[in-house]
Structure formats: C-alpha cells, structure tokens
Design a protein around this ligand. Structure first.
Ligand SMILES: [Zn+2]
Length: 365
C-alpha cells in the first residue's frame, strides 16, 4: 500500500543535545520512533535528508552568525574552550552544560529535513511529511535562543516561497512557548498566516506572543497570537480551534500547512504550566488533518519539544497518529493531577481576539 505520509529522521539528529544536565536532550527523536514501532505497531517509512549547506542557511541567517555558531559548537563538542562573543549571538539557554553533541551539524540536518519535506510534498510524493527534531521556532536571523540555533519553521516557509512561489502558507505553532523567532521573520510578510497558540507570555519564556502583536505593513492582521492562561487544557484548545483557527484558516485558504510543536503543552511537562491530556494532543492532530483537507492534504509537521521525557513519546504519538489518520489507543502514562482548565478566561481571550481581528477576517465578525 502506498503511504501518503513519511517521517524524516537520521541518527545524526540525536546529536542535537546541549549536555547531560541541560533540559534539551538528544535521544527524543529516536526514542519516539522506537515507541511507535514497538508499542503502537505503526509501520512507517523513514527517509534521510541531506545536511543544509551554507547557501541554504543564508535564506534565514547571516554569514557571521553561522560562522560563529559552527565554530563555537564544534569546539564545545570537542571539549575545547572557545574565545568569542557567545552572548552577542546566543542567549544563556543555548549554553551547553557539560559536553554537548554535534549540535550545529544536527541543526543543519534539521534544516535539511525542512527542505526535503517541502520538496517531497511539492513534487507530489507524499501528502504529509513529519520532520523529527524540527520546530526550532525561537531562533532568529542572527540570534539563537530557547534551545534553538537555526529556525527550520522559518526556513521551510521561506523555501516554499522562494523555490515554489507559494503565496499563502499557514504556520500553526502549537508549542507551549510562543514562536518568537518565527513571528519576527514574517512580521511584515503577507504570504504567511502565522497562528500561535501558547501559554500566556507573562507567565512563560519567551515573554512575547501577545494578541497586540498582529503583524505590520502588509503582514498586519496575519499574525494571530493566542495566549492561554496557565492550566488551559483540552476544552480550551477545542474552543480556540473552533472559534478562531478553523474559521480563519478556511477564509485564508492556505496552499500548505506547516505545524510545529511537541509535547510541552502536556499537563506534566516540567518547563510549562498548560493542561493538555493525550486526548487533547489527538484532537490537535485530527483538527490539523481536517484543516489540511483545504489544501489537498498538504502538511509539514515539525516536532521536537517536550521536557518530561516519560510522556514525550506518548504525546507525540497521540498527535501524529491522528494527523496521519490512524486511530490508535494510547493511555496516559502519568496519573492525572486535577486540571483546572480556565474556560471562562479562554472565552475572554477568544472574544478579545475576535474584537481585535474582525476588521481583517470576515469569519470573525
Ligand atoms: Zn516549547
């Protein structure tokens, strides 16, 4: 049977690891794929992408940033000191703790996967391509932060615009943290509708991602930040999809969807305070699958985040299995604590977004 989806991964991506005592460890991708194979019994193809070249990276970064990042992480991987202006190019989140993996090289493979995903879909080979290790949405043009050094979400959209001339791309960021890097790349760009659902930035890194950040110039009204209160759970997410995301996406009529974000909105995540359960992750997968029907099923999925490694493979599997149209039973591995899900607060946020955006979108008036 011909599959309409494929995964992209290679072992080199395990090297995207900031060291033993750092929250971002490298083996997540491989652990997830083993989990799918052994526990969920999903049979799936995995393809290997090439490493991004400097020329590829120039689409999203400047030369000096790339040169510094490459040299710095290569030295650290060898256990050597590196004399240079680290804090000019990166925030403290990206400081390795102990001995890191070959991070810069792994990041190039992740960019290579974004490129390959775009090509595979645009050539009609697959409808959905899942890049394991992707979604490094905090990285900016010349500044790395939030465990991200090269932004593959931004690369993917820019590449689709540059090579294929696409004019209407939806980036849907469902990571618990706001995609500040991605937002910055496309703030004035009318070709990218960026919808970002995340924990209220007053309570979580990166501290931006407010409703008022709605784009400027030709991009005004096309950047929709949805900041949810801490503990927002399945019902809040369902409401936001039904009242905001679905109507706007239908009106926008994207040519392709890029979704990013891993398991960090789960209630047990160590770095965040949201309240999604595995059922919520399944719902997101299913809703994205349905939205992709408006663009011939075309969807690129970039997944890497999650800071409770016990729950990570379960949450990724819940999301991805429904995204690819497979009903599988996945039980919560962690006993649920009482989740508040602040529905009334979510309703207020939805009303505020509607007020703010109804002049741009008929479907919100
Ligand atoms: Zn995150």
């Amino acid at each position: 049977m011909k599959k309409d989806f494929t995964f992209l991964f290679r072992k080199e991506i395990n090297e995207y690891d900031f060291g033993e005592d750092h929250p971002f460890h490298g083996r997540r991708g491989e652990d997830f794929l083993n989990f799918l194979k052994e526990k969920i019994k999903i049979d799936f193809p995995i393809l290997k992408a090439k490493k991004a070249t400097d020329k590829d990276l120039f689409l999203i970064c400047e030369k000096e940033y790339i040169e510094f990042t490459k040299k710095y992480f290569e030295a650290k991987n060898k256990g050597e000191e590196f004399d240079g202006r680290f804090f000019f190019y990166h925030s403290a989140d990206n400081l390795p703790i102990g001995k890191p993996g070959k991070i810069e090289e792994a990041a190039r493979y992740i960019i290579g996967q974004a490129k390959m995903a775009a090509d595979l879909i645009m050539d009609g080979k697959f409808k959905k391509v899942i890049s394991i290790g992707g979604g490094l949405h905090h990285a900016k043009k010349n500044f790395g932060e939030g465990f991200c050094i090269y932004n593959d979400v931004a690369f993917c959209a820019k590449y689709l615009i540059e090579k294929y001339g696409l004019k209407r791309i939806l980036i849907l960021d469902t990571d618990a943290h706001a995609g500040n890097g991605t937002l910055e790349y496309f703030y004035e760009d009318e070709r990218v509708l960026f919808i970002d659902i995340h924990q209220d930035p007053r309570t979580l890194y990166p501290g931006t991602g407010f409703i008022e950040q709605k784009g400027s110039g030709r991009g005004e009204g096309l950047k929709i930040n949805i900041p949810l209160s801490p503990e927002a759970g399945d019902e809040s997410y369902r409401m936001v999809f039904e009242k905001i995301i679905e109507p706007v996406v239908k009106e926008f009529k994207p040519e392709i969807i890029i979704r990013n974000g891993g398991s960090d909105p789960h209630f047990s995540d160590y770095l965040t305070n949201l309240g999604l359960t595995l059922e919520g992750f399944k719902m997101i997968g299913k809703k994205v699958r349905n939205l992709a029907e408006f663009c011939g099923g075309k969807e690129i999925d970039l997944i890497a985040s999650g800071y409770n490694l016990r729950v990570l493979p379960f949450a990724w599997a819940a999301l991805i299995s429904s995204l690819i149209g497979m009903e599988v039973e996945i039980k919560e591995p962690i006993t649920m604590k009482k989740i508040r899900d602040p529905i009334e607060e979510t309703k207020k946020i939805i009303d505020e977004i509607k007020r703010e955006f109804k002049k741009y979108w008929k479907s919100l008036s």
